[in-house]
Design a protein around this ligand. Sequence first.
Ligand SMILES: CC(C)(COP(=O)(O)OP(=O)(O)OC[C@H]1O[C@@H](n2cnc3c(N)ncnc32)[C@H](O)[C@@H]1OP(=O)(O)O)[C@@H](O)C(=O)NCCC(=O)NCCS
Length: 168
Amino acid sequence: MRCIAETAPRVSSGTVPSAPPAAQLRRFHPHDIPVIADIVRDSLHENYDNSLYLSLGQQWPDGFLVAADALGRPIGFLLGVMQVDQEGRILMFAVDRAHRAKGIGTQLMKAFLERCRTQGLRRVTLEVRVSNATAIRFYTDFRFSVTDLLRTYYSDGEDGYQMARDTV
Ligand SMILES: CC(C)(COP(=O)(O)OP(=O)(O)OC[C@H]1O[C@@H](n2cnc3c(N)ncnc32)[C@H](O)[C@@H]1OP(=O)(O)O)[C@@H](O)C(=O)NCCC(=O)NCCS
């Protein structure tokens, strides 16, 4: 049985109510592809075939998270996959330029790490361009650390860092 105090609305003792979430998080749907592909072109400078989003989304539906605006339109996303050895790997992560620095990336990352834990994954890895200072700072704030330097990892010849953290 639940104690009444658990269900009663909390009376604020002068604290400021917490802000509403910046976006609604939900699973990826195939009809999101055109908007997500636009975000990927603009933010990650990549142009992938629609079939890639579909096949990766099927691999682990809970790992493909979409942040949507009030109309349900994607304004950011995080696409993660499961790998051997109980590892998650972030393949793509971006927030639409007009919606950055509002906490949406943080919402997506927190939800993804929670899903990894629920799934029993112990570790999460990702790759990032060495020049991408904003993303590196974001990941460092989330306790990711550099585990490897990946020489000429990107198709334009730029090096990458592999970064990783435990899920707990
Ligand atoms: C990385 C990215 C997804 C972060 O999303 P976001 O919604 O802007 O992130 P948040 O608003 O949750 O910001 C959280 C933290 O990230 C860092 N950050 C975000 N924007 C920043 C900026 N313009 N400059 C410096 N740090 C920044 C800060 O540490 C910030 O913490 P703060 O709010 O306490 O200052 C977003 O910048 C992005 O889409 N970048 C382009 C695509 C990309 O680089 N993806 C990663 C590829 S590996």
